[in-house]
Design a protein. Sequence first.
Length: 205
Amino acid sequence: MDDDEDLDELLDEVEKKFCRNVSVAASARGGGTSEPGGARRLRNPVEQISSITEDIDELLEELVDEHGGFHQSEREKLPKEPRAEQKPPSQSGGRKCCPVFVGGCSVTNGVGTATSKRSCDQLRCISCDFRVLMFDDCEWDSSCDYLFLRNNVPDRQKLRAKLKKRRGFRAYACQCSWFSSSSSSEPTDLRVQPQLRWVCGKHQD
Ligand SMILES: [Zn+2]
Ligand SMILES: [Zn+2]
C-alpha cells in the first residue's frame, strides 16, 4: 500500500510539472506507469499526438482546397434535374382550383382548395371549349335547353331571355350545358356534377 501512495504522490508531481492541461496524465494514473522514469516518457506521445492532429488539419485543408470543398462534391452526387419545373405555382403565371367549386352569390369567387372553398370564376368547358358565363342573382328557367344555348352563347343579353331573377342564386352556362347554384353558402364540388365538363382555366394573381 505504501508503494501505491508514493506512486500517487509522484504522479501528482509529474502532473504539476509536465501535464498541466493534458488528460493523458489522468489515464496514466489508472493505467499504472510503474517506473519513475515512465512519467518523463509521457510528454513525448502528447507532443506527437498534437503534431499529428495539426498535420491532419493541414492535410484536410489541402483536400478541401483542391476539390473546392466537401459540400460541392456532395452536390455533384445528386441527380441533376432542371429546377425550373419545381417553381411554385404562383410564379408560373396563375393558379388552378383543386377541387373546382361553383356556388351562389354568397360564395366568394377565387381559387378553390380543399380548405378554402371558393367558387371558380375562370371556368372553361372542355366539351364545347367555351368560357363558362356567370349571372349573379339569377337561375335558369326550366325551359332552358341545349338549343337555346347553342344559338345564344356567348351573347349575355340574349341569354337573359331564359334567366329568372333569384336572389343569392348564380346561373352558369357554356354553349352546351347550364347550371344554377342555389343561395347556399356551401359551394358545390363540380365532381358531384359529372355532366358538367367544366375545368378551371387558371387564375391570374
Ligand atoms: Zn378556378
Ligand atoms: Zn360546354
